[in-house]
Every structure is written in C-alpha cells, then in structure tokens.
Design a binder for this molecule. Structure first.
Ligand code: COS
Length: 395
C-alpha cells in the first residue's frame, strides 16, 4: 500500500488544479447566478485530457489510472460541482460504459468524440416513476425488423439538453423488471427525440439538467449496447463508476470548505483576536480536516480496486456514502465558521452547501448505499417493498 501519488498522478492532479483554480473558480459564483457556464470550457478540458482520463489512448483518452481520474474530479469539484457533474456523467457514466459494454465499432465511433468534448453524453436511466427502483422502467423498446422503436420519458438527466449522445435504458418485456431491460446509444438528433431544460434546482445551478422525451425514436439494432436483458447490469456497473466520480467531487467540496474556513478564521477577529485561535473553532477545523482526509482515502481505496480490475461495488458504495455526507457536513461547518458571511453568496460556503446537497441524492441516495452495504454485510436481500419506499431520485 502506497499513499504517495506517482509522478503521473501528480502531473495530472497539478494540471487539473491549476486549470480549476485559474479558469473555473474565479467564475463559479457568476455561473451559479447565471445558471450556466460556457460550453467551450469543456473543449479546453478535452484538450488537456480531463474528459477521458482512464480511457485508453487508442480511443482518444489519456490512458491513465482511476486514482488520476479521482484527482481530476476532486480538483474540478473543488472549484465548481456543476462543471464536475458534467465531467462525471461524460467520463464515468457514458465513456466508461461504452468502453466496458460497447462493440469495437461503437468505441471507435463515440469515444474519441466524447474524450475531446466534440460531443457531450448523457445517461438516461431515471424516469418520473423510477429513481431508486431503477428496474421499474416505463420506457419501452419494441423490436421492428432490424430496428428498435423507443417511447418514454427520462427526468433529472445531467447534460440532458447539451447531449449529442444519450445512453437510454428501456424495457422490452413489461412486468419482467430488470430481466427485460436493454440499453441503447441514441444520437439525440434522431427524429422524435426532444429535450427540455429543468430549472429551479437548489444547487448545481450552472449545470445542465433536462428531461428527455422519446416519441417513436427509431434506432438500428447496431445502436444496442450489450445484449437484451443486460440493461440493468449495464446501468449498475455504470453507477459503480458514476458514484466514484461523485465521491471524488465531494472530497473537493470538503477540501474547499476546509481551506476557506482556515483562511477566514485567521482573518476574522472577534473579542480582539483572530477567531482561528479559539478552541471551538479549532475543533470544527480539526473535524473538517479528519473527515475530508478519511473521505479521500476511501475514494483511493475504491480507485485501487478499479486499478486492479476488481468489482468495486462495495468500495464505491462506502466512499460515495461517506464522502457525500462529509461534503454536506463540511459545507455546513464552513457556514458556521464564516458566521453571517457564510449565509451570503459573496463567500464560497453558501454555494458549496447548496451544491453538496444533491450528492447524497443523485446516482443512488445514501439510503441506497446503506442498502447495498447492508445486503453485503448480512447476505440478505432487501425486501422489494422497502426499495419502493425510497425517495425520488435526482440523476
Ligand atoms: N454490477 C453488475 N451487476 C449488478 C450490480 C453491479 N453493481 N448490481 C446488481 N447487479 C445485477 C445482479 O447481479 C442481478 O443479476 P442477476 O439477475 O443475474 O442475479 C441484477 O443486477 C439485479 O440485482 P439486484 O437483485 O441487486 O437488484 P435490485 O432490483 O434489488 O436493485 C438496487 C438493487 C436497489 C441497489 C439498485 O436498483 C440501485 O442501485 N438503485 C439505485 C439506482 C440509482 O442509483 N439511480 C440513480 C439515478 S441514475 S444517475
């Protein structure tokens, strides 16, 4: 076990840090207020290799390891979780899913475009009536000759209105639950494919979130990802990557909360002294530091499993659960340390707090992670009706 980053990992981390602190952080507050960031930012990140970190070079990626990927997510997430969310969906949920399940043709066609940000991808699993219960899809896929016809609606889709390519999950046999699920790579310019922006989010305001509407969208059988009946497994294995990205981004939120709290507490005076010297402040800073570092190490533990090519579901659930809860607590503590100023968008903690909130909802709630871990520890499957009582998903 070695906790020291390799020279390659250091290089990509430093490049991501300098890009994030120079080109994202100074604008994050404005983008949050304007509820958008410039699409061209992604092209710049594509050129630097941040959009295809673990994708092999032959498909246009950077060919690096999963710890490097986590470091990029942490650095971008430190600056702006909206931008990190775009990156997570693009890299973890779309590219890595095509890499794992796609045909050679699909990999060659789509991965270089996605790694360079020429194309944007989204992940169409969540529906108005299916969030945590991801096997309960209403979107239908019906075979017609050599084509498939897709009908349905997806909601809370990150990158939804920007996307050129959507991974769409659908049901082939209603009533068969996850056994009849199938996945497709659907180009969003296809006839019958429409999107609509979702507004009014608490956080991640600058990120693109949309609804997808599929009305008689016809795709060839060659657009199918994996086999009919493998859709649920594809979705779950994709989430093993997606949740890892969310957890890494949460470490970035927590680190930002810690850094700005240290800086503020050394500057701000009360009772004639910098508040950093008061022990109750130091207690909060110490907790922030320990929890951030613990979350980071749990992310690296999952990254090591991924680097070794092992199934990482458990390690990923552990770090997603912990890091997303830590990010919320850290942002909350940062507000407390900043006092009244923490309640204003003039300072970072307010945005960190709003952005952190979604992390224990999307890509599997904290309760879903507990359920996965509970099953793992006891060997007992949760009761079906318990799964259905989960709150609605954001994804
Ligand atoms: N990787 C590969 N396959 C997996 C898997 C994983 N991580 N997790 C489950 N599977 C497979 C199982 O092996 C099983 O296969 P068989 O039918 O061949 O035995 C199948 O998928 C069904 O698994 P399971 O019985 O565990 O499914 P459940 O319906 O009980 O669902 C939960 C399990 C609740 C954990 C799952 O539905 C889930 O993660 N829900 C949350 C979805 C989510 O995160 N949504 C967020 C929006 S998407 S951005």
């Amino acid at each position: 076990m070695d906790f020291n980053p390799t020279s390659e990992q250091k290089m990509i981390r430093d490049a991501a840090r300098s890009f994030a602190r120079g080109k994202i952080l100074p604008h994050a507050r404005r983008w949050d207020i304007e509820e958008a960031y410039p699409r061209e930012l992604l092209n710049e990140m594509g050129k630097l290799g941040f959009l295809g970190v673990p994708v092999p070079e032959q498909y246009g990626g950077a060919g690096l390891d999963y710890i490097s990927e986590a470091m990029v997510f942490e650095e971008i997430g430190y600056a702006d979780s909206s931008v990190r969310t775009t990156l997570s969906v693009q890299m973890s949920l779309v590219e890595l899913t095509i890499l794992a399940w796609g045909t050679e043709e699909q990999k060659k066609t789509y991965l270089p475009r996605l790694c360079s940000a020429e194309w944007i991808g989204c992940f169409g699993l969540t529906e108005p009536g299916a969030g945590s219960d991801a096997g309960n899809l209403a979107t239908r896929a019906v075979r017609q000759g050599s084509d498939w016809v897709l009908n349905g609606q997806k909601t809370w889709i990150s990158n939804g209105t920007w996307a050129d390519l959507a991974v769409i999950f659908a049901q082939t046999e209603p009533g068969s639950k996850h056994r009849g699920m199938v996945a497709f790579l659907v180009e969003t310019k296809s006839a019958g494919f429409q999107t609509q922006k979702m507004k009014g989010k608490l956080g991640l305001k600058a990120s693109d979130t949309g609804e997808l509407f599929l009305e008689n969208v016809r795709v060839p059988d060659s657009a199918r990802l994996g086999e009919v009946g493998q859709g649920f497994k594809i979705a779950m294995s994709a989430l093993d990557n997606g949740r890892y990205g969310v957890a890494s981004g949460c470490v970035g939120i927590a680190q930002h909360a810690l850094d700005c709290s240290i800086a503020y507490s050394k500057e701000r005076e009360a009772f004639g002294k910098p508040i950093a010297g008061f022990q109750l402040m130091q207690e909060m800073l110490a907790d922030l530091y320990v929890e951030t570092q613990a979350a980071r190490l749990l992310v690296y533990q999952a990254g090591m499993a991924k680097n070794e090519g092992r199934k990482s579901t458990i390690e990923v659930s552990v770090c997603k659960y912990y890091a997303s809860e830590v990010a919320k607590r850290a942002a909350d503590k940062a507000i407390q340390i900043h006092g009244g100023y923490g309640y204003s968008n003039e300072f970072a903690p307010e945005r960190l707090w709003r952005d952190a909130r979604v992390a224990s909802l999307y890509e599997g709630t904290s309760q879903i992670q507990q359920l996965i871990l509970g099953r793992h520890l006891t060997g007992i499957q949760a009761y079906e009706d318990e799964v259905r009582r989960e709150p609605a998903q954001v994804g």
